[in-house]
Design a protein around this ligand. Structure first.
Ligand SMILES: Cc1cc2nc3c(=O)[nH]c(=O)nc-3n(C[C@H](O)[C@H](O)[C@H](O)COP(=O)(O)O)c2cc1C
Length: 296
């Protein structure tokens, strides 16, 4: 099914680059990128994405990613992994959001939610888009069987924990509405780095999702975010915050925690530079009125 014309990552990159920004200098000043998420303050609306298996990138990669996020005063998402690794991430002082896989057996899901609570995570969630294998079967991730989850099951996960629950892998208004009905505190609008070919770019569907959701859930966006400019475009189209995955892996490999910190800080600086040149002194002043779609 995969072919280059329908490569979701490439289409997503093209869409980012098709969005252009008008400048507004009058009445502008140095902006503030501070954000409150689930009652906690952070210095930027840029988080590390729900990565996993970063030992393939560098030793203790997940812990180093968390250290980098902590040093940059940013939220740190975590993907699949064992309890000890998660604890080592939380022990860095980072505010960690654990994304649990849609395991076939809900007992396993509840056990992973408990692990997140015990490790000291700040929120927990599930990547609902890892349910199918892409060849007509249910997914199996490294020997672990997966299943799609119903609205009722999502409700039961939300109700099982006092932590805010985030649903990752939402790429439609239909699913966003179900997440709201389930009582989720947030969603990650994502196609999971092209889990299916021909996916709509997250930023293309984001305005409709924002319209449906309003401010009832926090909206995170990932896939292809590499720069402060990309982050700005996502925020302008309705995101509260963005998650950065593959773009921090190079800096992590080269410079460990400091590499992650520096990448996040340079993205924050670039976000500030676009905010100041569009007279958006606070995050809530960023909107789509400066966005133009290249069509020439
Ligand atoms: C090495 C690697 C491991 C990942 N592991 C997970 C995971 O365990 N859980 C999850 O929800 N997403 C996982 N993801 C997906 C990311 O969270 C993210 O959705 C995706 O990479 C798109 O963001 P990006 O373009 O910034 O990389 C992983 C991605 C990468 C590259």
């Amino acid at each position: 099914m995969e072919n280059d014309r329908l490569n979701s990552d490439r289409i997503t990159r093209d869409y980012f680059d098709s969005l252009l920004i008008a400048m507004r200098h009058i009445d502008s000043q140095i902006p503030d990128t501070g954000i409150r998420l689930f009652g906690k303050k952070f210095s930027m609306p840029i988080t590390t994405a729900a990565l996993s298996h970063l030992n393939n990138t560098t030793e203790d990669g997940m812990k180093k990613m968390a250290e980098g996020a902590f040093m940059a005063d940013a939220v740190c998402f975590s993907g699949m992994g064992e309890a000890a690794e998660l604890k080592s991430m939380c022990d860095t002082g980072a505010r960690v959001i654990k994304i649990v896989k849609p395991h076939e057996k809900n007992d396993k899901v509840y056990a992973k939610i408990l692990e997140a609570e015990e490790a000291g995570c700040f929120a927990v969630g599930m990547d609902i888009d890892h349910a199918f294998s892409g060849n007509g079967e249910y997914d199996n991730v490294m020997g672990l069987p997966m299943r799609p989850k119903s609205l009722e099951e999502l409700k039961s996960f939300v109700e099982s924990t006092n932590l805010p629950f985030i649903v990752k892998g939402v790429l439609s208004v239909a699913d966003a509405k179900k997440c709201m009905e389930a009582g989720a505190a947030g969603i990650v609008v994502s196609h999971h780095h092209g889990i299916m070919s021909g996916c709509v770019p997250p930023l293309m569907v984001l305005p409709e999702i924002k319209k449906a959701v309003g401010s009832r859930m926090s909206i995170f966006v990932d896939c292809g975010i590499e720069s402060g400019m990309d982050a700005y475009k996502a925020l302008a189209l309705g995101a509260d915050a963005v998650c950065v995955g593959r773009a921090i892996m190079g800096p992590l490999k080269e410079n460990g925690a400091e590499g992650v910190r520096d990448k996040l800080l340079s993205m924050k600086a670039e976000l500030m530079s676009v905010m100041e040149r569009t007279a958006c002194v606070k995050l809530n002043k960023i909107d789509d009125s400066v966005i133009y779609h290249r069509n020439f």
